[in-house]
Design a protein around this ligand. Structure first.
Ligand code: CTP
Length: 462
């Protein structure tokens, strides 16, 4: 039905070399094994949407024939290995490209006997690739590219995916789509917001219909959480969450998840904080799920929060963890307000940095970032940000050997001396190694608060 369009040129300009090479080899192997091979799904969509090439990390192939046999042969050619899933007739190829980077390739089988017809649909004669595409979620995700030689790059578009991309529309393929898989409601919103598209009018009606049939209520917590986690990884999770809220999806997941003005504001500042943190390029990355779940449960009482987290399939341990993170953020905020007040008093300001660091050091990264997002005091937020990008990284310039040489026996006192030296460095009172050695010596000689004894035992002569 669709006009034949060949995307071979687009592929060669937009794909990394190794991927293009792999697609050609898959097509040539298809010729040899006399099966049709297609690249399908999100890969085709993103090629047509001109997304940057870095995003093409996973490719899905569909084979009209024995997908597993095809995957084995392709893995051999690529020097990779295969993980087979016999029940679904799918396989995962894991191989290394020319640059030695690990690549993954999903291979599925399209065979008419694998499709159980939804009873309510009219029986029509379909080819197996068409049936495979028909079973998918949205028209923009239901296009394929032929890979066999001679037809390499030919677009297969039975359901108008191409024109829906032009019209910026998320359109479902058949009316039972959300009944078959209600997680698609959340996916629809994710694609809509990611690409700045619109869910079609019919799509919105079917979402309303699915909600009134309580289909979201019937989904398992784990499946919902999986979809939410994908949203948390989007560039603008808050826009997806607002749309889910507006459609009544959040309420269907749990009534206490609904957004209000405070949560909306928190979601915005959380995203700013996360974007800010990303630009620092630190190795450690925060658990987005923890951050966003805390924001979505903001100001919801503990028992209800536990209930939400239970609904999302979190284990008791994970529920406890989020609740206790939230509690520690709440308590630390109170202490930060005291700290801030004290720093404005004379005399106390001198220890301001070390005191702040002592308050924040026990918190995991997620709590610190959440704290930044939650604080409405500019100066506190800015101090917490300095803690994250600067003070947290500061180390003392002396080590255990130095303390040993100064006559301190290894033991808990080592840690106490180091902490006090670090505090002095943070407060600008012992910036050089010499100054730190001098301070350590004084502390060891005079004894120091916190070590429990007046003066440490001097090292015994050997
Ligand atoms: N799919 C579907 N219904 C679902 C999940 C997936 O029909 N509930 C189909 C879609 O055709 C989709 C393909 O499986 O394109 C691959 O799914 P997935 O990897 O989850 O999504 P992508 O489209 O690749 O999207 P993303 O860019 O988020 O990876």
């Amino acid at each position: 039905s669709a006009r034949e369009r060949n995307l071979a040129k687009l592929l060669s300009t937009r794909l990394p070399q190794h991927m293009l090479h792999m697609l050609h080899r898959a097509g040539e192997l298809g010729d040899r094994l006399q099966v049709s091979v297609y690249a399908v799904g999100g890969f085709v969509r993103d090629i047509m949407l001109s997304r940057p090439a870095v995003e093409f990390d996973d490719v899905d192939l569909v084979v009209e024939g024995d997908g597993i046999a095809f995957a084995r042969a392709l893995a051999q050619e690529l020097g990779g290995r295969v993980r087979e899933h016999r029940t679904f007739m799918t396989a995962l190829i894991i191989y290394h490209d020319e640059n030695g980077e690990e690549q993954r390739l999903d291979v599925a089988t399209a065979r008419l006997e694998y499709y159980k017809y939804p009873a309510a649909l009219p029986t029509v004669e379909l080819s197996s690739i068409k049936m495979d595409l028909f079973r998918r979620d949205f028209t923009i995700n239901a296009m394929a590219l032929r890979l066999n030689k001679g037809q390499f790059g030919c677009l297969v578009d039975f359901f108008g995916g191409q024109s829906d991309i032009q019209r910026k529309t998320i359109r479902i393929i058949h009316a039972l789509s959300f009944v078959e898989d209600p997680t698609r409601i959340i996916r629809a919103v994710r694609f809509e917001q990611r690409y700045g598209f619109h869910i079609s009018t019919q799509g919105e009606k079917l979402i309303k219909n699915a909600l009134s049939l309580n289909l979201v209520e019937k989904l398992s917590g784990a499946r919902i959480l999986h979809e939410l986690n994908l949203i948390f990884r989007e560039d603008e999770p808050e826009t997806c969450l607002r749309r889910l809220n507006e459609l009544g999806v959040l309420a269907a997941i749990h009534p206490s998840l609904v957004l209000n003005a405070d949560k909306n504001e928190l979601l915005d500042s959380l995203r700013e904080v996360i974007d800010w943190y990303r630009l620092l390029y630190f190795k450690e990355t925060p658990e987005l799920s923890t951050l966003y779940l805390m924001a979505l449960c903001s100001a919801v009482p503990a028992i209800e929060t536990a209930d939400i987290l239970h609904r999302l399939g979190l284990t008791p341990t994970m529920r406890e963890e989020i609740l206790s993170l939230r509690e520690s953020v709440r308590m630390t905020l109170v202490e930060l307000i005291n700290w801030h007040r004290d720093t404005q008093k004379k005399g106390q300001a001198e220890q301001s940095v070390s005191r702040l660091c002592a308050l924040l050091a026990p918190l995991p990264l997620e709590s610190t970032l959440y704290l930044m997002a939650r604080s409405d005091n500019e100066e506190i937020s800015s101090s917490v940000s300095q803690y994250i990008y600067k003070w947290r990284q500061i180390k003392v310039d002396i080590n255990g050997d130095d303390l040993h040489r100064l006559g301190l026996e290894p033991g808990p006192q080592f840690g106490s001396v180091m902490r006090m030296v670090l505090a002095a460095k943070l407060d600008g009172k012992a910036e050089t190694r010499e100054a730190q050695l001098k301070l350590a010596e004084e502390l060891i000689r005079k004894g120091f608060p916190g070590n429990g004894t007046a003066g440490a035992a001097p090292k015994k002569p050997r």
